[in-house]
Each structure stands twice: as structure tokens, then as C-alpha cells.
Design a protein. Structure first.
Lengths: 784, 299
């Protein structure tokens, strides 16, 4: 019986559920570092007074600058110091650091530090940063705030737009969001008294890559830094880039010769960790008479904050938008300009889905608006435009492997019973009160990014491959060492299922070692939707090698042909017979009776493998049902349906967990969460009273159905799905909100669709003046 | 996120508490459920030098009814108002009746989340004086009286004088809030409460409470109270809306007219969670719905 495909329980959970996990904050025994952060968005640092370390101390130790690079002519290269030097560029930028015996004492010390900063005008929002004469974020390096700009057009775009039967224009905007991991960032460094080796425990996603960059900055050999990611309480991309603070903590522990820890608090996390997704899309789309999308022209701008992130850079959002905007549709003509615009705000990192939640919002709003304009049903317009011949090559050259775009949508629509919904909606419109709406979103999720996909980005370092090492010990248990760095996804469980099937053992006899540079092969950690594809693929290949070693050994012991050996249920058996030997006994022989091995065989049982595919596309259809209260603008979620195709499911329960969490974040993005700055660049959302993640009350049950198109794009047949929930949900929700209020003439293309924005859209549609004059909407709707 | 240094004392008696407050004056802060004070200290928005914890003081968590008045002890936790019960003079506990008896649970469920409702206290909420706090709106709308003790003196402060501005009340640093008196509201009253918040358990963006007394003979409104929170530094009474209601017969049209008056007479200040114009819209909706709810409850 196969272990792959079964929803076995996660080995990760018991410790976490019993409060027995070990997070950075649980390590203890260290002095507390506290960063003194800029209170202004832009300014010149005249002096720092008080008991603090500053950039001058780092400079004296010849600590280097972070260089996050894209090798593109349109990219502005910068050298970023670990603490602000001369200039501060956002509220929350670290300027100095203090060290106290406890966190409270460090906070007291930080209060004593006096920052003498001359404030300068700040460019805060996208429009402000793009305006002529805008204050520049990096005046010595760039004459504008545009830090990266990509442009492309297929030949014939202009003609196609000109000849279109209908042109639909649309502007959509996405508010700034925070990934908001439950555990904020943190690091803990101990330097050995003799030999000077440092161990860094940090709440991060890519320990090997972080080791490299910190060693580059501090000028130390990588062999002298061990980086461990212990239990990590969520990351979502926010813990992928180098945190300046983590590098400073390593420096402090080496300089002071004592253990130093920095545990980020929630306000710091909201203010000065990484943000994401502040984007604006202007679309001009040409449709033919039968509602086929023929040509799309887009202008994309992303507010990428004050600094790039290492190693992904601030190109990640705008350039992903450029490359992936055509989405799951078959359009032929495409042109785009996409810019990353610096501003005096917190820097950006990738956040689950990266640009795709916004890309998808843009496309899916476009489809619904075009459908209404052309008198076609929202389902029908998608049916006519979704890819169905595979492989499909997009106008930007992306190759889509086989997917089920239409099938997923048809299944989702029949599952929700659209006809019954419309009847209910019709009745509610007549009755007044809360208005039901339904929204559909179809999308593709590019997953399993390997080296080829990253190489196309021309980053200073090219992530991609994953390596694993697999060995069987004399007791017959298997240890799998991976370069990926799971942090809650259940990867250990899923990989143990793959190993168990290949070597004929039980997942309970597989141990996975991860997230420790001393104990694992170099790898890129866990980010994007890639661990199952990459680490899973490498595990599968290594497990096959180990199986073949066991097969040869069993053949020798059983005096049979290696091809006839079957590994199952902990035994190696000669096919078609009951002749066999326990795998555990083979493991003993391989280590303790090597005289019985075939001549020339290597003692022991171990294998290693790497995997580095080009990538693959998952797909899904999301359907959201909402109730919208036109009087308050309040939106409540009624129902959420996902039909997902991520290829072969290794552990369906884990896949569902990934989808559910992602959808919850997507709903949050659509309705609740927004980082807000005032015009001077002061951040207003620095606590969870103001930055609003959903509670369980705001998230409906999420119904999940699966299609399993097994792709030849990966060796396991599995595709990634870690980001899909987040990608599809915002568009489904906004389409539903618009559908609910369509009869009032509302069009709302901004997320989050806060109650105030929804209410304003209702007012705007009614064409009435604001603030109580002649507003009759309350009277029209019977009160509850 | 760690509080500044403070000294801590936990008296066992009201007298001990009053002594401590007297001694430390404005350097001291009373700690009740800690659900507002502790977060403020962690943000270092509050830096009391001395914490006077009243968690061990007996006799502050009673509820009793007499002469049409409910007396709620300052240390009664929010959760107890979800199933309000009073202790009779002979020591029995019985459910609180009257219109207030059905209104309190309606309101209590909006206060935070369960873990907050089992720690946070009625008196703490009143003394904290958040302008959107449900209990403050209720106290203002029903003209509650706050009973304050200091060494050698007691006074009752009417709600109209008690709430001065955001997080600021008429309580002197030496005074301890010991109880709040609320009218039980007889059967001729109709009360309703409605609030809009961003998420379950959040403070209201705007909340509205209405209570009207009907003339038994005519069914016309003899007395009306309309209170809203989330539009000013304190919960406010809306005299215009009240005047619109008095003398008229309840009904959808009258409710809409009163709601419109209410929206017109507030002068909200906008913030992150709602502009002035939006808050005015919410006042209209909340007042209309509270009135409808009250009218519905009668049938
Ligand atoms: C996540 C969260 C959500 C919340 N949501 C809501 C909500 O929706 N609605 C709402 O109303 N509240 C909400 N609260 C606040 C909660 O209701 C608090 O319980 C309440 O505001 C304060 O009561 P407490 O007993 O905790 O007082 P404490 O926090 O101990 O004290 C609050 C203030 O009152 C003073 N004080 C307390 N008792 C006395 C006394 N007897 N005499 C004199 N001064 C005194 C203290 O010195 C302090 O200044 C929320 C809190 C949290 C953490």
C-alpha cells in the first residue's frame, strides 16, 4: 500500500500543540538587543547620543554593506548599511542598537538614546513618489524614485487594440500589507570563547543563504558560522530576506563576546519588518465581439519602499507582474510597463503570492467588468478565454504545462449551485437589507521555481536547486537531511511518505533533519511554492538510489537477481515468492558485516540527490459568497469554495491546510488588512488594534475539492500549492462584493474593500453628496 | 512592549486601597482586570509608578437591585453581565428582570472576546472611559451614577459629569470607583443596542443605544434616550434625535427621521477606522437599527 496520497497525521504537530516547540525566544540565556529606530520618514542624522552602537562602530570593524542586485540595465544598484548612515529613509529604520540584561532594560536604555535628526520632506505614497520634483529616496544614486523598470510589447499590440470590438479600461489598486507571522522575527547568537565560531538561531526561511550573506558582510568564513532556524512561527516570505537586525546580532555577539538576542515585538514587526503588495495597475484591454480577450496593455507601478531586500531585490513585485500578468488566459497581444518605485516607507519583501494576488485581482475584475459590458455571463467569458491546449506559451514566453482551468471552474460553479444563488440574490434585492454577492476567480499558480526560473531574473545570487542526503542507520531507520527549511508546512511528514514508499518502510521510521547549516546540505530553504516540488523531487530521487542499494544487497543475501527484489512493509522479498529478508537486517549487514557486500561496494547505506526542474503551473478556481450591508459597507463572508489542481497530492490533509490558511490570508487582504501611513510618512498601523488580521469569526468554512492532473513537469507528479489560497481569494471576494452591489451601479477595484470604501462606493454610485444630505439609503432598506 | 519599572501593592480591603491611593496620589494607578491598563503599560503609553491591584479586595463584585436601581460592583467581570443575576437581601441569587435584564446580555456580548470578558471588569471599563466602550455608552445613555470612595468620603457622579474626554473621567487620583447604579427600566421601556465593528470583538467604530418610554394609554413616546459612541471623546447623548422621538408613535418612518437627525447632530472626528462622513453614516444606521430592535423586542 502506498503512503503517498494518504492524509497521515503531521509529525510536527504534537510538540507545537503541547506548547513544547522551541522558538528563538525560548532559547534564553542571552542579553537583549533593542534597535533604536527612526521616528521620521526622511532626514539627515546629525548625531546619536547615548549608550548605543551605531554605524560608526560597524564601520570601525569593517562590516560591509548589503548589495541586493539585479543584473539589468534599468536597475539602480545600492549599498545598504546595516544601520542607517547619514540618512534615514523610513519610520522604523534601525539607526542604533543597545544591549541590556533584559528586554525591559534594553527598552529603558533605548529610551535614553537621543537621535538628532534633521527632518526632510518625504515621498510617501506611489503618486507622491512618482510626482515630478518628488523628494528622492536615494538622491546620490538616482535622479528619480524609479528603481527598476521593465517594459515589453508583442508586435501588433497597437493594431490589435485599435481593431478591438470593445475596449475595457480599468484601474485597480492594492493597499500595503504585512505578512504578519504569528511569531515576529528574532535572532540569538552565541560565539564560542575559543575558536570564535558563532551559532545563530534565527526565525528565518533560508538558513544557508543567510549564512552566506552574513559571512560576506562580516568577512568571516562560512565554516565559522552555524545558522539554525528552530521552530519558526510562520514566515510567509517576510523571513526570506536578510534582516539587518540578524546580522547586527551576530556582530554584537562576536564583538561583546556574550550571547545576544533580539526578539522583535509586534509594533516593530508591523512598522519595520517587511511590507508588500502596494501596487497600482492600469489596464487597457481589447475584446472581440464574442468576448475573447485579444490584447492587453498594462501599466504597473509598485511602491517598493526605501530599500531593496536581499537577495530577491525590489524587482520581485514589479517584474513578476510584468511576466505573469497574462495569467491563465489565451490572449495573444500583450504590452506592459512595470516600475518599482522607491518611497520613504518600510521596504518590501515577497509575501505569499507576491504580486499574483494583485495580478489576479486585476485580471479577474477585468473579466467581470468586460462580461457585464459585453452582456456575457462571468462564467461564460472565462470559459471562452481560459487556456485549454497544452503546453501553452504565454506572450511573455512562459510555458504552461497541462492544467484544468476550465474543468476547475465548471466544477466549482456546479458545486455552489449558481442558479439557486441567483434566485436568493434576486429575492434579497427586492427585500433590501444585506445583499448577497458571488464572485469567481480562476488563476494559475507558477510553482516549483528552479534555477532556470530564477536565472531569468538575473539576481546577484541565483537560488533554485535543492539537495538532500539520505541514509539508513543500522537499526533500519532512515535519516533525510534537506536544504529546504520547513516552518509549519508539514514538509517533514510529506517527505517521510515519499521515502517510505520508495524504500518500503513506514513514515514513522523516517527522520527529517532540516534548518541547520551544520547538519544539512546547502539549499535555498522554503519559500515560494517550491519545497514539495524541489525537496520532494530530490528526496524521491535519493530514495530511489537508496532503494537500489538495498535491492542489490538483498539480491546478494537472497541469492536472487536485483531486479526481482521488491521492497515493501519493511521487507525485501523476491518477487512472487515468500523468500525475503527484513530491511533492518540488511541495514545491519551494510554497516556491520560489510564482508558480505558485493566486491567493491561502499559500506553503509546512503545516497544523495539534487533536483532542479524548470517549474510547473498549478491552477484553481475560487468562488466566494458574501453579504454586503449597503448602509454600513460591512462585508461578511458566507461561503468559500476552492477547486484546486496541484497534481499528485502527497498528503491531502496537508494540502488542504495550506489552502485554508492561504484563503484566510487572501480574505484578510481583500477586506481587512492594510498598512496605513499618513502624508508625512508616520505609520498609523503599529498594533493589532489598527492592523486587522481576521479572527475565526470573519473566515467561513472553506470547502475544498481537488483535481489531480499528474504533470510530467516534476518527478513526483506533484505541483506546488503553498500560495494559491492567497492568490485567488482577494479577486473572488472583490468580485463578490461588486456582484452584491451591481444593481446599485457600484464598481470597486481597490483592496482591501474596507467598509468605509464599500460605503463610499455605494454613495458614489448613488451620485449623492456626502455626509447626511439627502441620503436615503437607510430608508430604502428596511432596518433589521 | 515591556512596561517601564513600577512598584506593586495589592491591598486586601477597600480601606487599604484608599490609603494607598491617598499616599501615592497621581503616581498610582488602580489595576482591576488589566485588560486595558496592561496593554497601555506595555506600549509605555501609561507609566504608573505604583500599581494598586484591587484583585484581592473583597466586596466589590456584587450585583443587587433595589428601588428600580441596579447596583453593579466595580469588579463584576463583563461575562457576568451576559447572564445578569442579582443577590437579594436574604442572600439568594436571582436573574435580573426588567428591560435592563434583557438589554445587558445584548450589550455584553459585544465587549471584546471571551478571555477578555472573564478578566476585564465593568468598573474598569467605566474608569478607563474609552468613548466607544459599550458600558460607557450604556452608562451615558441610561444616566448611570458612578459611586466613588476616597478616604473619608463618598460621592455619586452622574454620567453626564463623569466622562470628561478620551480616557479621562471626573475620578480624582485618590478615588476608587466602587459601583455603578443603573435604572432597571420598567415594562413601559423599549431599549435597543446596535454596533458596527471591523471584526468580532473589536471596539465599535460606532455604536448606538436607544431607550424610549411609552405612554401606556397612547403608545406614544413619553421619554427618549439616544446615546452613541465612536463620534467624540466621550459617549454622547443626541438631544435632537431624542426630541424627534418624544410625543410620536414608534415606527419605521419615525425611526428613520430620528436616525437622520442623529446623523446630522453628531460632529465626529475621523481617524484610521472611519472618516467623519463615514461615522455619520454609521450613526444613522446604528440609531435606526437600535430603535427598530427596541420596537421589535416589545412585540
Ligand atoms: C483585544 C481586546 C479587545 C477589547 N474589546 C473591547 C470592546 O469591544 N469593548 C470594550 O468596552 N472593551 C474592550 N476591551 C477592553 C476591556 O473591556 C477592558 O476590560 C476594560 O476596558 C477595562 O477593564 P479592566 O477591568 O480590565 O481594567 P484595567 O485595565 O485594570 O484598568 C483600566 C483603567 O481603569 C482604571 N480602574 C480600573 N478599575 C478602577 C476602579 N475600581 N477605580 C478607579 N479606577 C479604576 C485603571 O487604573 C485603568 O486606568 C478590549 C480589550 C482587549 C485587550
Amino acid at each position: 500500500m502506498s503512503w503517498v496520497g494518504r492524509s497521515i497525521r503531521r509529525v510536527e504537530d504534537p510538540a507545537l500543540l503541547c506548547g513544547a516547540g522551541t522558538f528563538v525566544g525560548d532559547i534564553g540565556g542571552a542579553a537583549s538587543a533593542r534597535f533604536v529606530r527612526s521616528p521620521v520618514a526622511s532626514g539627515l542624522v546629525r548625531a546619536v547620543r547615548g549608550p548605543a552602537y551605531t554605524i560608526a562602530d560597524l564601520d570601525a570593524d569593517e562590516v560591509g554593506n548589503i548589495e541586493a542586485v539585479l543584473h539589468r540595465p534599468d536597475y539602480v544598484r545600492l549599498a545598504q548599511p546595516l544601520l542607517a548612515r547619514e540618512r534615514v529613509r523610513y519610520v522604523g529604520e534601525p539607526v542604533a542598537v543597545v544591549v541590556g540584561a533584559t528586554a525591559a532594560e534594553a527598552e529603558d536604555l533605548a529610551e535614553q538614546v537621543e537621535l538628532d535628526i534633521e527632518p526632510l520632506p518625504a515621498a510617501v505614497g506611489l503618486e507622491a513618489a512618482l510626482a515630478p520634483g518628488a523628494p528622492l529616496v536615494h538622491p546620490s544614486e538616482s535622479e528619480s524614485n524609479v528603481m527598476v523598470a521593465g517594459e515589453m510589447a508583442t508586435p501588433g499590440l497597437a493594431e490589435a487594440l485599435e481593431g478591438a470590438h470593445a475596449i475595457v479600461e480599468l484601474e485597480i489598486t492594492s493597499g500595503r500589507q504585512a505578512a504578519l507571522p504569528l511569531e515576529a522575527r528574532g535572532s540569538h547568537a552565541v560565539t564560542e570563547r575559543f575558536g570564535g565560531r558563532t551559532t545563530l538561531h534565527a526565525s528565518i526561511q533560508a538558513p544557508h543563504m543567510i549564512r552566506t550573506v552574513i559571512c560576506d558582510l562580516l568577512g568571516m568564513p562560512e565554516a565559522d558560522l552555524r545558522v539554525v532556524a528552530p521552530d519558526v512561527g510562520g514566515a510567509f516570505g517576510q523571513k526570506l530576506p536578510l534582516a539587518r537586525e540578524d546580522a547586527v546580532v551576530v556582530w554584537l555577539s562576536r564583538r561583546l563576546g556574550r550571547p545576544v538576542a533580539w526578539i522583535e515585538d509586534r509594533s516593530e514587526n508591523l512598522m519595520a519588518s517587511w511590507h508588500s503588495r502596494e501596487q497600482r495597475y492600469r489596464l487597457r484591454a481589447g475584446f472581440d465581439a464574442s468576448a475573447h480577450l485579444e490584447a492587453l496593455q498594462a501599466d504597473v507601478a509598485a511602491n517598493v519602499g526605501a530599500w531593496p531586500c536581499y537577495p530577491i531585490t525590489w524587482g520581485v513585485e514589479p517584474l513578476m507582474a510584468l511576466a505573469e500578468l497574462p495569467g491563465p488566459y489565451t490572449l495573444e497581444h500583450y504590452g506592459v510597463r512595470s516600475r518599482g518605485v522607491a518611497s520613504h516607507t518600510c521596504p518590501m519583501s515577497p509575501y505569499r503570492g507576491v504580486s499574483r494576488p494583485v495580478i489576479t485581482l486585476a485580471l479577474e475584475r477585468l473579466m467581470d467588468i468586460a462580461a457585464a459590458r459585453l452582456g456575457v455571463d462571468p462564467v461564460e467569458i472565462r470559459r471562452r478565454n481560459l487556456q485549454s491546449d497544452f503546453p501553452h506559451t504565454s506572450p511573455t514566453g512562459l510555458r504552461h504545462d497541462e492544467g484544468t482551468y476550465r474543468e476547475a471552474m465548471e466544477q466549482a460553479v456546479s458545486h455552489v449551485d449558481l442558479g439557486a444563488f441567483r434566485a436568493r440574490q434576486h429575492a434579497a434585492r427586492a427585500a433590501g437589507g444585506p445583499q448577497p454577492g458571488i464572485g469567481i476567480c480562476t488563476f494559475s499558480e507558477r510553482t516549483g521555481y528552479g534555477t532556470p526560473a530564477f536565472a531569468a531574473r538575473a539576481m546577484g545570487v541565483t537560488p533554485g536547486y535543492e539537495n538532500v542526503e539520505l541514509s539508513m542507520d543500522p537499526s533500519g531507520y532512515v535519516t533525510l537531511r534537506i536544504g529546504a527549511s520547513p516552518h509549519g508546512q508539514g514538509l517533514e511528514t510529506a517527505l517521510s511518505q515519499i521515502v517510505a514508499d520508495e524504500v518500503g518502510t513506514d513514515p514513522g521510521r523516517v527522520r527529517v533533519v532540516a534548518s541547520d547549516t551544520d547538519r544539512t546540505p546547502y539549499g535555498w530553504g522554503s519559500f515560494a511554492s517550491r519545497a514539495m516540488v524541489l525537496a520532494g523531487g530530490a528526496t524521491y530521487l535519493a530514495a530511489q538510489k537508496l532503494a537500489s542499494q538495498l535491492g542489490s544487497l538483498a539480491a546478494e543475501v537472497l541469492e536472487a537477481a536485483a531486479d526481482d527484489i521488491v521492497l515493501a512493509d519493511g521487507r525485501a522479498t523476491v518477487a512472487g515468492t515468500s523468500v525475503g529478508v527484513e530491511v533492518a537486517e540488511l541495514a545491519r549487514i551494510a554497516h556491520h558485516h560489510t564482508q558480505r557486500l558485493p566486491a567493491g561496494a561502499t559500506p553503509g547505506l546512503s545516497a544523495q540527490a539534487g533536483y532542479d526542474p524548470a517549474g510547473t503551473f498549478s491552477n484553481a478556481c475560487h468562488v466566494a459568497e458574501v453579504d454586503v450591508d449597503p448602509d454600513t459597507g460591512g462585508v461578511s463572508m458566507r461561503r468559500f469554495v476552492v477547486v484546486e489542481d496541484a497534481g499528485r497530492l502527497i498528503n491531502p490533509m496537508i494540502a488542504d491546510g495550506q489552502i485554508r490558511g492561504g484563503v484566510a490570508q487572501g480574505i484578510a487582504n481583500a477586506l481587512l488588512e492594510e498598512v496605513v501611513y499618513d502624508d508625512d510618512g508616520n505609520i498609523l498601523t503599529t498594533s493589532l488594534m489598527d492592523y486587522l488580521p481576521p479572527t475565526v469569526a470573519e473566515i467561513p468554512d472553506i470547502e475544498i475539492l481537488h483535481l489531480e492532473t499528474v504533470s510530467d513537469a516534476t518527478v513526483t507528479g506533484a505541483k506546488g500549492l503553498g500560495e494559491g489560497g492567497t492568490i485567488g481569494a482577494p479577486a473572488a471576494v472583490l468580485n463578490a462584493v461588486n456582484d452584491a452591489l451591481a444593481h446599485l451601479g457600484v464598481e470597486l477595484n481597490e483592496m482591501p474593500a474596507t467598509p468605509e470604501r464599500v460605503r463610499a462606493a455605494v454613495r458614489a454610485a448613488a451620485g449623492r453628496s456626502p455626509a447626511g444630505e439627502n441620503d436615503r439609503s437607510t430608508q430604502e432598506a428596511p432596518v433589521r | 512592549m515591556k512596561p517601564a519599572r513600577f512598584a506593586y501593592t495589592a491591598p486586601d480591603t477597600v480601606e487599604g486601597t484608599l490609603d494607598a491611593l491617598d499616599r501615592f496620589g497621581d503616581e498610582a494607578k488602580v489595576l482591576s482586570g488589566g485588560q486595558s491598563l496592561v496593554p497601555m503599560m506595555n506600549f509605555r503609553l501609561a507609566r504608573p509608578e505604583v500599581i494598586v491591584d484591587i484583585g484581592r479586595v473583597g466586596g466589590l463584585d456584587g450585583m443587587s437591585a433595589a428601588n428600580g436601581t441596579l447596583t453593579v460592583g466595580a469588579r463584576v467581570i463583563h461575562a457576568r453581565l451576559e447572564v445578569p443575576a442579582v443577590t437579594t437581601p436574604d442572600g439568594r441569587r436571582e436573574p435580573l428582570g426588567g428591560v435592563l435584564g434583557s438589554l445587558l446580555p445584548e450589550v455584553a456580548r459585544f465587549v471584546g472576546h471571551l478571555p477578555i470578558r472573564v478578566r476585564g471588569t465593568f468598573g474598569g471599563s467605566i474608569a478607563h472611559a474609552d468613548p466607544a466602550a459599550e458600558w460607557c455608552i450604556l452608562a451615558r445613555t441610561l444616566d448611570a451614577e458612578m459611586v466613588a470612595l476616597r478616604r473619608g468620603g463618598e460621592r455619586a457622579i452622574p454620567a453626564a459629569d463623569f466622562f470628561e474626554t478620551v480616557f479621562t473621567t471626573a475620578l480624582a487620583p485618590e478615588e476608587l470607583l466602587v459601583a455603578v447604579r443603573l435604572p432597571i427600566l420598567g415594562d413601559d421601556w423599549r431599549a435597543g443596542f446596535c454596533e458596527f465593528s471591523r471584526r468580532a470583538g473589536d471596539f465599535a467604530v460606532v455604536a448606538g443605544m436607544t431607550a424610549v418610554r411609552l405612554e401606556p394609554a397612547t403608545g406614544a413616546i413619553a421619554e427618549a434616550r439616544v446615546g452613541v459612541g465612536g463620534v467624540a471623546g466621550v459617549p454622547v447623548r443626541l438631544g435632537g434625535a431624542e426630541a424627534t422621538l418624544v410625543g410620536e408613535t414608534p415606527g419605521a418612518e419615525l425611526h428613520a427621521a430620528a436616525a437622520e437627525t442623529a446623523a446630522g447632530e453628531v460632529d465626529p472626528v475621523g481617524d484610521l477606522h472611519g472618516s467623519a462622513a463615514y461615522r455619520r453614516d454609521l450613526v444613522r444606521a446604528m440609531v435606526a437599527r437600535a430603535l427598530a430592535q427596541g420596537a421589535g423586542a416589545s412585540g
